[in-house]
Design a protein around this ligand. Structure first.
Ligand code: SER
Length: 313
């Protein structure tokens, strides 16, 4: 990104958006980064720099904010996650797809120049390979969230090929952060568990002990976004979304890693409807295209991220 770029984060109150907003402000200065969300912002977010209330499904609102602030780069982080989306399928489809269309159309019409949009491991389904799932493979997602992300990926590729839109995307695994809480996803347990350990409470896990899922520490995720957005345009060959990998673990493995810091911590397993969602997703990801094309390397393995969580929480 050029230094004079102006950035808009849609969904700046969310798990990724809040950390991304702070990271971009640190890099480019507070006034170069406009935070926006439909939710009332925290005082911390308001204090950091400009904030706009926004409904991501309203094109005119988006256009007004883009024009007012002379935005050239948009990070569309607003979405309904996997577990919540199963409860409100049509609402999830509407939010996840119409917000993406609006942002892609802002770029197509020349109002903005660059777009970041996160996809997810949820684009894979039960018929995809379980281990080291490759970039290109069978993709038959069984969740509303996964269907919306896979459709979104195809639209990103389409807008790039047909209208020259500079859209870049990553298929995020479950994200673990101390700065922010996830909301309504299937991988949320891997953040909640830390808060229970610190409160010395027993953790009731909604996934079974041996459910392996791809995961990533938030520091790695934010660095991945910044590296992808700053990569030379010629090195970005994939305009749907890149596989991205850091670490894979089960609830039991995470529990044992946490127990090194909190020896009396206890866990109980009570799988619910989210177990079926987790079972439909891969255990691990092959991200060799991201490694080759723009040099992706994760920094945090399981023990490193657990240690860092306890340093900060
Ligand atoms: N973390 C997301 C979820 O669980 C996956 O992208 O829905």
């Amino acid at each position: 990104m050029k230094n004079q770029s102006k950035h808009l984060i849609i969904g700046a109150s969310g798990q990724i958006g809040s950390v991304l907003t702070a990271a971009l402000r640190h890099l480019y200065g507070a006034s170069a980064v406009v935070a926006s969300d439909i939710k009332t912002p925290t005082m911390a977010l308001l204090d950091q720099g400009p904030f706009e209330s926004i409904d991501a499904t309203d094109f005119d609102q988006l256009l007004t904010i883009v024009k007012t602030h002379k935005i050239d780069t948009v990070y569309l982080m607003a979405a309904m996650l996997s577990a919540n989306a199963e409860k409100r399928p049509e609402k999830a489809w509407d939010l996840n797809m119409s917000s993406l269309f609006h942002v892609l159309n802002l770029a197509k019409l020349g109002h903005i120049k660059h777009v970041f949009w996160p996809s997810s491991i949820a684009v894979f389904g039960p018929s995809s390979p379980k281990f080291k799932v490759p970039q290109q493979t069978i993709m038959e997602p069984t969740t509303v969230y996964g269907i919306s992300k896979l459709a979104g990926e195809r639209w990103c590729d389409y807008y790039h090929k047909n209208y020259g839109v500079d859209v870049r995307s990553l298929r995020f695994p479950g994200l673990i952060s101390w700065q922010s809480l996830p909301g309504g996803g299937t991988t949320d347990y891997a953040v909640d568990i830390f808060h229970k350990a610190i409160a010395s409470e027993t953790f009731e896990c909604f996934l079974s002990e041996n459910t392996a899922l791809p995961m990533m520490y938030m520091d790695d995720a934010i660095r991945a976004i910044l590296e992808l957005m700053n990569a030379n345009v010629n090195s970005i060959k994939i305009r749907s979304s890149y596989n991205l990998s850091a670490v894979s673990f089960t609830p039991k493995e995470l529990y044992h890693s946490i127990k090194k810091f909190h020896p009396s911590f206890e866990i109980r397993y009570a799988p619910d409807f989210r177990q079926a969602i987790a079972d439909s997703w891969p255990d691990s990801i092959d991200d060799s295209f991201a490694q080759k094309e723009w040099g992706w390397r994760p920094n945090f393995d399981l023990d490193a991220l657990v240690k860092d969580m306890f340093v900060h929480l």
